[in-house]
Design a protein around this ligand. Structure first.
Ligand SMILES: [Zn+2]
Ligand SMILES: [Zn+2]
Length: 341
């Protein structure tokens, strides 16, 4: 048994599971970097702040992926002799906005302790997302990864974190619910119990922090889990950072979670297809229904399959903005939102 269970000072609701042979975490050498001023494709700053409260550097949220598990375009659509899928054909063009990898965001935030990059989910396409966006946006370190649930499109990229822990920083803390950690013990057994690794083999050096459904802190950032259903009897977590609420995989929202969604300014919400929900995901009509209920200032949809054409759906949603006053749009891979949290 190579795991040592110990309490930690990070938060009462967080328990650290640390490999017996892991080295202590050192963030300071890697946590400081300069925010690069790049023209933002989104003009809205979410969250209010006074002059005296304003951080020296602008925090931001970047969408690393906004698509379903198989990715957009689907290979099967491109090999279909009928070539019937318009969205996948478009998504196959370089730089097309319909090209989508597995849902994931990175929160780049600044506080008195420094600058930190917190990733939510590292799924099957994490390497491809990071390859595309990290160099472009001047991202280097990963100060934490928070897991929403243990499906492959949320944790399938944990092995790819080896490039960071071998070449950028000593370790990466993973924040994961107990039930999903139990899954990782099977799917990523060699990352959980590093004693099974052949000496000298280079794998990701991860530090697993077991979270409950209570708020916890990462370098001063308060993270509030938003428990939701992702299919019958299967729990997934959304997360709230300040007034930003991120729910990427949801089929139903329990009553008690609505209390945690009050005064949400930016809601990022699952909407898999334009016409209806599936047993495990909201469709667009249900997502709109939830927006009417939650009343965020702005909503960005994520987790879109190939039936969701970016421009077509956004045109429909713009009309909804005019008629119903609902600010809802589709997100896209590489979208950057300046934030104050
Ligand atoms: Zn398609
Ligand atoms: Zn899932």
């Amino acid at each position: 048994m190579a795991l040592l269970l110990s309490s930690t000072s990070i938060s009462p609701s967080v328990v650290i599971l640390r490999s017996l042979f892991s080295s202590p975490i050192r963030f300071s050498a890697y946590g400081i970097r300069r925010f690069q001023s790049i023209r933002l494709r989104s003009s809205l700053t979410v969250g209010g702040s006074t002059q005296s409260e304003a951080p020296a550097k602008q925090s931001e949220l970047i969408f690393l992926g906004t698509g379903t598990s198989e990715g957009i375009p689907r290979v099967s659509c491109l090999t279909n002799p009928l070539r019937a899928c318009e969205v996948c054909s478009k998504a196959n063009e370089p730089g097309n906005i319909n090209r989508r990898r597995n849902t994931s965001i990175i929160l780049r935030y600044t506080n008195n302790s420094g600058d930190f990059n917190v990733v939510v989910d590292a799924g099957k396409f994490f390497y491809h997302s990071a390859l595309h966006w990290f160099p472009q946006f001047g991202l280097r370190t990963i100060d934490a990864v928070i897991i929403t649930h243990s499906h492959a499109d949320a944790i399938g990229g944990l092995d790819d974190l080896r490039d960071w822990t071998n070449n950028v920083q000593p370790q990466i803390p993973i924040y994961v619910p107990k039930r999903d950690f139990e899954v990782m013990k099977k799917t990523h057994y060699y990352l959980v119990d590093t004693s099974v690794i052949i000496p000298g083999a280079a794998v990701s050096d991860l530090q697993f922090n077991i979270i409950s459904e209570e708020p916890f802190y990462i370098h001063g950032l308060k993270v509030t889990p938003l428990p939701v259903w992702h299919g019958k009897g299967y729990r997934s977590l959304g997360y709230r950072f300040g007034n930003i609420c991120y729910i990427s995989d949801v089929s139903d929202i329990p009553q008690e979670t609505y209390l945690l969604l009050q005064d949400c300014e930016l809601l990022i919400l699952d909407a898999v297809r334009p016409d209806r929900s599936t047993p495990t995901h909201f469709g667009l009509p249900r997502a709109i229904e939830e927006v009417r209920k939650i009343r965020p200032r702005r909503t960005l949809l994520t987790g879109m399959m190939h039936l969701m054409d970016h421009d077509r759906e956004n045109a429909y949603l713009l009309k909804l903005m005019e008629t119903d006053g609902l600010d809802i749009q589709l997100s896209y891979d590489g979208l950057r939102i300046p934030i104050t949290i």
